[in-house]
Design a protein around this ligand. Structure first.
Ligand code: CO
Length: 240
């Protein structure tokens, strides 16, 4: 699609929104008060606002390859700090997705260029959970690493001074780990949810135990079956 076409689509969208709500853009230009902060993959198929069916102004978003928030990354940490301290979001969502190309590249040791350095953070997750991953067939292994990566990024967020200081000061702030399936457009809860440091550690430990517990099911499943055998369904009935 040529740029002219994109600009024409933009004008049509702006006119449509203004027609439905004449003060929409005036209101948004003055202030943003999103309740949600989304950390997701840059993948073009996983756009935060559309998936949550939220309008501009309702979700503050940070996206990078493989939805990472490594402890030393100033970019993602700065957006987390801005979201929590300045915007006062109430929910931080770490959103992975099954079939993530970044996760697959890391698992396969692909050589793609500069991005390999960034994906070193995924390899750290892979090494840490080598035992959980090693017995799974390839497609299930990619999906399991997508899940484990969400769990590790969830803990990275929960262990930051930013989130801990907010919790200590009594702020209402919840951190959630979720995973999205391209196949059905649905977000799945993973049992990773915390409103304080104790809950974070507990939900992470329980998640890892569930991951170990459903190795057999995952190892005998096709890719499709594994998606429906994500921890969301394995953890049915557990508190999230
Ligand atoms: Co991805």
């Amino acid at each position: 699609m040529a740029l002219d076409n994109l600009l024409a689509r933009n004008r049509a969208w702006s006119a449509r929104v203004s027609e439905q709500d004449p003060h929409f853009f005036d209101r948004l230009a003055k202030i943003q008060t999103p309740a949600y902060y989304w950390i997701g993959c840059s993948d073009s198929r996983v756009p935060s606002n559309q998936i949550l069916d939220l309008a501009p102004g309702e979700v503050f978003t940070h996206r990078n390859v493989a939805n990472l928030l490594p402890p030393g990354d100033l970019n993602s940490l700065s957006t987390l700090q801005f979201a929590v301290d300045v915007l006062g979001v109430r929910h931080v969502m770490i959103v992975g997705h099954y079939g993530c190309s970044g996760i697959r590249a890391s698992l396969e040791g692909a050589r793609l260029g500069l991005v390999d350095t960034w994906l070193g953070h995924v390899q750290d997750v892979q090494v840490r959970h080598h035992k959980l991953l090693s017995e799974l067939p390839h497609p299930a292994r990619v999906d399991r690493l997508c899940e484990l990566n969400v769990a590790e990024q969830f803990m990275n967020v929960c262990r930051t001074h930013i989130v801990n200081d907010a919790w200590k000061s009594g702020k209402q702030l919840a951190v959630h780990g979720l995973i999205y399936a391209l196949e059905d457009g649905l977000l799945r809860e993973m049992g990773l949810s915390a409103g304080n440091a104790g809950e974070a550690e507990q939900s992470y430990q329980e998640f890892i135990e569930r991951a170990a517990g459903c190795q057999d099911r995952a190892s005998s499943s096709s890719h499709e079956a594994h998606v429906s055998c994500s921890h969301a369904s394995c953890s049915a009935g557990l508190p999230v």
